[in-house]
Ligand binder design. Structure first.
Ligand code: NAD
Length: 428
């Protein structure tokens, strides 16, 4: 079985799906590893390191001709899709709930599509495969650094002969994986950090990192399926926004990470809240998307300075900007999933093939297309909603679009309907 690592093609994508360190593990398991020339360059892994680890460096043409399984970080571009053939498999963060049409194209081409974003994250035996978590960790770390770089003052308390600088006040809104890592990093930089989330369990997690948990009088428990948050009602949202605004005005730096599976990211920092902040304040919006993020006025991939001097950074794909760390983690995730999917025995390399079995809980979450069929119910449901009996795509039905982020956990776990707002972005 030939497993091939592609050179990522998305703009700004510097990660690579497999790092040299992981190659021997696959070779020992009886697999052959092919690496597209230059695949690891963006993450500082030269071809020679892959060759030394036991991989074969190949051209793009040879890779798609020979591969049984193609490993990617993000979804293949149009040219790569054109090269994939029936019987091949592709494994990556394919975001089929963001773009179910893409999943259908792969199914129609007879390609087995396997997406790490569908992994059941609370299953302990799947934790080593959890790329959403590993990449959110990297992104949360980088968010704190991006904020510190943009901020015109110090994060820590500094007492010098030239005067005393007070520590920056930093608030993290949304304290899941990325938010907790942002808190830890900002604390290590010396900022005075607080955190807020709608899941009550997050209070203890925030406090365990030495930060203060922001208690709102209007707080409701908004625990949804699979450990995620649920979407707030309009009344809950209005109360939250109003109460948060007073706290936001007192902060120097805000980092927002809030997501709700299957929904557009919630707006936590309103235009009025931004207007009440002091000049020089910085906001990093990790939920930024073309349809809006956690912060009014944020634009994905852009830095905007408001008329009152607040810098709003629409943070996109931060994990790709720490490419070596994120690739190292992703490589462990994808190789663990691959080895879970491979049948046969390492002693008999010829017996090594993908053993698709959607009765397995992990496989049911990650396998999107196989044998010419779309096999993932949540993706199929999205397509059905987008194309009613008339067969016309884009029925325009409210809520018929795909979800706003790449999470599939609640859908695959049989939880929340994936009937949120139209596709926004796929966070890493
Ligand atoms: P996420 O990216 O879906 O969302 C980020 C955070 O935003 C979450 O903490 C969520 O509660 C919060 N949020 C949503 N709406 C909000 C609002 N209106 N106001 C404030 N905050 C809001 O979350 P995630 O980082 O992927 O993690 C979600 C949960 O899954 C956490 O409980 C995490 O610990 C859990 N998790 C568990 C495992 C595991 O068991 N192995 C692995 C990963 C994540």
């Amino acid at each position: 079985m030939k497993v091939a690592v592609v050179k990522e093609s998305a703009p700004g994508e510097r990660r690579v799906a497999l790092v040299p360190e992981t190659v021997p593990r696959l070779v020992q398991a009886g697999l052959q590893v092919l690496v597209e020339r230059g695949a690891g360059d963006g993450a500082w892994f030269p071809d020679s390191a892959y060759a030394d680890a036991g991989a074969t460096i190949v051209s793009t043409e040879d890779l798609y001709r020979d591969a049984d399984v193609v490993l990617t970080v993000t979804r293949p571009d149009d040219s790569a899709i054109g090269r994939l053939r029936a019987g091949q498999a592709v494994i990556g963060m394919l975001a089929p709930l963001v773009d179910p049409q893409f999943a259908r194209v792969l199914a129609e081409r007879g390609v087995t599509a396997i997406s790490l974003d569908g992994l059941p994250r609370t299953l302990s035996r799947a934790q080593g495969m959890d790329a959403l978590t590993s990449q959110a960790n990297v992104a949360g770390y980088k968010a704190a650094l991006v904020a510190a770089e943009e901020y015109g003052r110090f994060f820590p308390l500094l007492i010098t002969a030239a005067g005393t600088a007070r520590p920056a006040k930093l608030l993290v809104l949304g304290t899941g994986v990325a938010g907790l890592q942002a808190i830890g990093t900002a604390r290590r930089l010396g900022a005075q950090v607080s955190g807020y989330d709608v899941r009550p369990a997050s209070k203890g997690e925030v406090e365990s990192l030495g930060a203060t948990f922001l208690e709102l009088a209007s707080a409701v428990s908004a625990v949804g399926e699979g450990g995620y948050a649920r979407e707030l009602t309009a009344e809950e949202r209005d109360a939250q926004q109003a109460e948060l605004a007073a706290h936001i005005a007192r902060q120097d730096v805000i980092i927002t990470t809030a997501q709700v599976p299957g929904r557009r990211p919630p707006l936590l920092v309103t235009a009025d809240a931004v207007a009440a902040m002091s000049p020089g304040s910085v906001i990093v919006d990790m939920g930024s998307s073309p349809l809006g993020g956690n912060v009014a006025g944020s634009e994905p991939g852009r830095t905007v300075v408001t008329s009152n001097g607040v810098t709003i950074i629409g943070a996109e794909n931060l994990a790709a900007s720490v490419p070596t760390a994120s690739s190292n983690a992703y490589s462990r995730n994808i190789s663990a999933l691959l080895l879970h999917l491979v049948g046969g025995s390492a002693d008999d390399p010829a017996s090594r093939t993908l053993a698709v079995d959607t009765t397995d809980e992990i496989q049911a979450g990650v396998i999107v297309a196989h044998g010419g069929e779309l096999v993932h119910p949540a993706v199929a449901k999205l397509l059905d909603a987008a194309e009613p009996a008339s067969g016309q795509p884009g029925s325009g039905q409210p809520g018929s679009g795909p979800p706003a982020n790449g999470h599939a956990a609640s859908e695959q776990a049989g939880g929340e309907d994936a009937d949120g707002e139209p596709a926004a972005n796929q966070r890493s």
